[in-house]
Design a protein around this ligand. Structure first.
Ligand SMILES: Nc1ncnc2c1ncn2[C@@H]1O[C@H](COP(=O)(O)OP(=O)(O)O)[C@@H](O)[C@H]1O
Ligand SMILES: [Mg+2]
Length: 324
């Protein structure tokens, strides 16, 4: 690969970007930066502005105000150059279902000026990289959802973009197909491609992204590595799962002085589970866990599970979207 003259700059720099549709402020001044070669997870619920962000960055629409640069190039003033650097796969596959895998890849290649041997060689590379050999000559409409996504992502890479935008690549997929798309994204990362992935799934961002930007109603509500975001909600917790449902009230008494975060309330479904779960804050980490163990052992309470757990990104997200 030849190194571009702009190789010292960040892959994506977004500054105070605003997009309005009439009265709707789809993006209300967002800023973030993505380093080359990293996977950024743009995480947010429906309507939070994810697709709008991706369409502005890939020059499909113009921002109302603010700026965005791709490898140093302005998305408005240098839109043509930006289009050479980026590729987008939308929320819905852009493939022709009546064509085979290889025919779809050819269409994308021809659209971008590849012909003859160059095109053939590039397609062979992608078939290999995405492990599509077995479905090479099959109609895309007959493939599984996960396989279609793989062909879709491969198509977006025919032109060797520096940056790939994946807009909700796993929405609507079954768990197995989702896992296959996750592998694909991990492979893109290893190949050094900068990826901006939008998702509504916290687990997905947690697994795939080097950095996460959380959007809510067109604003950035948090940003950082998955670890940093989890720390933001505070200390870890100690989770105890009891062997006997009848011990619940006694255990709550035994945990007196510790901050109880979760306990089955009388009359709820949680109270009716065979093995009730109690959660206390663990500001002293393992020391808190061993304190809990000592108290429970002293009272001869049986547990099926006990452990230290970091807060999940779900908890971070709920906390942040409640207060904004
Ligand atoms: N073309 C449009 N015209 C009017 N409103 C739009 C348009 N596109 C998006 N919006 C609105 O902008 C907001 C953000 O939408 P979008 O970026 O699609 O969110 P997401 O992709 O996170 O679900 C939503 O309130 C949506 O209804
Ligand atoms: Mg969207």
């Amino acid at each position: 690969m030849t190194s571009a003259p702009e190789s010292g700059t960040s892959a994506i720099v977004v500054g105070d970007l605003v997009k309005t549709y009439g009265e709707v402020r789809a993006l209300d001044g967002i800023s973030f930066e993505v380093a080359r070669g990293e996977v950024l997870g743009l995480l947010g619920p429906n309507g939070s502005g994810k697709t709008t962000t991706v369409t502005l960055l890939s020059t499909l629409q113009r921002p109302t105000s603010g700026s965005a640069r791709i490898c140093g190039h302005d998305v408005v003033a240098e839109a043509a150059r930006v289009r050479e650097l980026v590729s987008l796969t939308g929320q819905y596959a852009s493939l022709d279902e009546g064509l085979t895998t290889i025919e779809n890849l050819s269409v994308f290649g021809r659209l971008t000026g590849l012909r003859g041997r160059g095109l053939g060689a590039r397609i062979d590379e992608l078939i290999e990289q995405f492990d599509l050999g077995a479905v090479r000559d099959r109609r895309v409409g007959a493939l599984s959802g996960g396989m279609q996504r793989r062909v879709d992502i491969a198509s977006a890479l025919v032109t060797r973009p520096e940056i790939l935008f994946l807009d909700e690549p796993t929405t609507g997929l079954d768990p197995r197909s989702r896992a296959s798309v996750w592998d694909t994204v991990a492979g893109l990362r290893s190949a050094g491609i900068t990826v901006l992935l939008t998702t509504q799934y916290l687990e997905e961002a947690d697994r795939l992204a080097d950095h996460i930007v959380m959007l809510n109603r067109g604003s950035v509500v948090a940003a950082g590595t998955p670890g940093q975001l989890k720390q933001q909600v505070g200390a870890a917790v100690c989770e105890v799962t009891l062997a006997q449902r009848d011990d619940t009230a006694r255990v709550i008494g035994l945990l007196d002085g510790l901050e109880l975060v979760e306990a089955p309330a009388d009359g709820t479904a949680a109270a009716a589970t065979v093995h009730p779960r109690l959660v206390v804050r663990a500001p002293r980490g393992m020391a808190t866990v061993s304190e809990v163990i000592t108290r429970l052992q002293g009272a001869q309470i049986d547990v099926v599970d006990i452990g230290l757990r970091q807060p999940s990104l779900d908890e971070v997200f709920l906390q942040l979207t409640e207060t904004h």
